[in-house]
Design a protein around this ligand. Structure first.
Ligand SMILES: [Zn+2]
Length: 275
């Protein structure tokens, strides 16, 4: 049975197969830059509107690559509106508990364990976050976790990174952040990689070459979808625009695809792709 992916900006990805649906890293509230100097929270209406745009009524699960606000803040609201359960790190569990989800509505992801979720086979692999430069590296260090139940409104930096995963759904491998665990994806029989490129242009080109080799070449993928390329502070409903110099990164990724023999496509807002 065919699996499809639909992209809703940032790393918000809907995967469908038969009657089963999974949502990865939901980011519908999309607070703007000025909102970030105050406490932020998930918007019930923004989530409802986002789900409606994607014709999402019911989900089997929400899967989180990490718990920065632009990947995780909306996850408990989504679960309340769609049913299903949230899967993620201990930080994600603390986020779910703080927002009042009940046991059974959240699960701690286990690295290396294949989970059957609806008709999907899901596996969480270790990963890393894109290394930030100061001052972001001080505000949101990769090592930080949400270590107690977190209730919104909260400061954006309280949505700490937590453990980071590359999430495998069937033969699709999803990177929410442009980081990798060396050697972790070799021989995984991956067909498609969703490559979150947010912030890559702040790293030396050699870093992208390493990331591409680990995430795409070593996993055996034939196809790359570029994700997290848009400006994640633009409001919901606005057209997607590249974040910073994302276009330069996209060019470099396309070139690496030519060199190594993968097709590279940039995900477009609300578009559905067969994988
Ligand atoms: Zn992040």
């Amino acid at each position: 049975m065919a699996t499809t992916i639909t992209w809703f900006g940032t790393n918000t990805l809907l995967l469908r197969k038969g009657d089963s649906s999974l949502l990865v890293d939901p980011h519908f509230s999309r607070p703007g830059l000025l909102n970030l100097i105050t406490k932020i929270s998930s918007g019930e209406q923004a989530v409802e509107d986002g789900l409606k745009t994607g014709n999402i009524e019911r989900l089997d699960a929400v899967l989180l690559t990490h718990t920065h606000y632009d990947h995780a803040m909306d996850a408990p609201t989504v679960i309340r509106q769609t049913g299903g359960a949230l899967y993620g790190s201990q930080s994600a569990v603390n986020l779910a508990m703080g927002e009042g989800l009940k046991p059974g509505q959240y699960h701690r992801a286990s690295v290396g364990v294949k989970e059957e979720i609806g008709e999907f086979q899901v596996e969480f692999h270790p990963s890393r976050h894109l290394p930030f430069a100061p001052p972001m590296s001080w505000l949101v260090p990769e090592s930080a976790e949400i270590d107690h139940p977190l209730k919104s409104p909260a400061w954006f930096w309280q949505y700490a990174c937590g453990e980071i995963y590359a999430i495998q759904v069937e033969d699709v491998l999803i990177f929410g952040s442009a980081g990798f665990e060396p050697g972790a994806y070799q021989g995984r029989d991956i067909k498609t990689v969703v490559l979150g490129i947010g912030g890559l242009e702040t790293r030396p080109k050699a870093y992208l070459v390493d990331f591409y080799r680990e995430a795409v070449v070593q996993s055996g993928a034939e196809k790359v979808f570029v994700s997290h390329w848009d400006h994640f502070m633009r409001p919901a409903g606005a057209e997607a625009e590249p974040l910073g110099f994302a276009n330069q990164t996209i060019e470099r990724v396309s070139h690496l695809g030519e060199v190594h023999g993968q097709s590279v496509a940039v995900l477009r807002l609300n578009q559905t792709y067969r994988v």
